[in-house]
Design a protein around this ligand. Structure first.
Ligand code: 48F
Length: 260
């Protein structure tokens, strides 16, 4: 029996890993924008890998604000929140309050049920390029390996589009610009860096700056804000959902363009 437990786990994990080696979309980071984008793309029939370096996906959504487990969703994002399974309670000025734990669990559940392959404890440490210098995949390693600073080479996965949804550090776009000296599609051609807090502008910036920042590489959520030079917005999450939804549409357009 003990042997069967182990072989069941190993066989199913290796099947998942093997199936993931060439995918339509690689999402880096399992915060709200990455989870929603992944779910929407999988629901449209695309194959999606989501890499999350922590044990649990969810990013900065679990903790609410200062660990008060409530967050605000603006009314223009209420329908996405509701269709994702979040339980909305009426808040101030027509906006909504949701329990951050329930909301995060709902997004993870939507991603899992739509067929997204979630790889937790795996970090994306770099990107791969094709002959035209377009991004065509990710370089992955166990996050504990990187944390310990062990000298272990990574593995690679091919993807038609990569999404940097790594939140405030915008790790992937920042690494791409730093290592390769390439120009991003931002005003300065580089990573502008996140500004201080303004709820209204931050929410708007998050959606505005969601884009294909380099051929094959997209940014969403706080990563989009940091790359484009937008404001942070604190415990307000409507912009993250709208950004996830916008980037899913942009990624579909790229994949369709590439298939012509
Ligand atoms: O920061 P995060 O929640 O992403 P988001 O979708 O949402 C931001 C909000 O939660 C909040 C906010 C709203 O007011 O400001 O912060 O922009 O989640 C990012 C996830 O990416 C993971 C990280 O552990 C987190 O769960 N991550 C970061 N770098 C990597 C990564 C990496 N290199 N590989 C894999 N996962």
């Amino acid at each position: 029996m003990e042997f069967l437990v182990s072989s069941g786990i190993i066989n199913s994990y290796f099947r998942k890993l093997n199936d993931s080696l060439r995918t339509d979309v690689a999402v880096v980071g399992g915060g709200p924008s990455g989870l929603l984008a992944a779910a929407l793309l999988a629901e449209k029939g695309y194959s999606v890998n989501l890499y999350e370096k922590s044990l649990a996906p969810g990013g900065g959504m679990w903790g609410g604000a200062m660990m008060f487990t409530s967050i605000l969703i603006e009314r223009n994002a209420a329908s996405i929140a509701e269709e994702s399974g979040m339980i909305l309670a009426p808040g101030e000025r027509g906006n909504y309050v949701v329990d951050s734990v329930q909301a995060t669990a709902a997004l993870i559940n939507r991603a899992c049920c739509s067929g997204v392959r979630i790889f937790n404890c795996i970090s994306v440490e770099d990107l791969t390029f094709d002959r035209n210098e377009e991004v065509n995949g990710v370089v992955i390693n166990w996050f504990p390996v990187l944390q310990k600073g062990l000298m272990v080479d990574p593995l690679m996965t091919g993807a038609k589009a990569v999404l940097d949804a790594t939140g405030h550090p915008a790790e992937i776009a920042t690494g791409l610009a730093r290592k390769n000296g390439v120009k991003l599609s931002t005003a300065s051609g580089g990573v502008a860096g996140e500004r201080s807090l303004n709820v209204e502008l931050g929410e708007r910036n998050t959606v505005e700056f969601t884009c294909e920042v380099y051929p094959g590489l997209f940014v969403s959520g706080m990563s989009a804000c940091a790359v484009g030079g937008g404001y942070r917005m604190g415990p307000v999450f409507g912009g993250m959902l709208l950004s996830g939804s916008k980037v899913a549409d942009l990624i579909v357009k790229r994949i369709e363009r590439k298939q012509l």
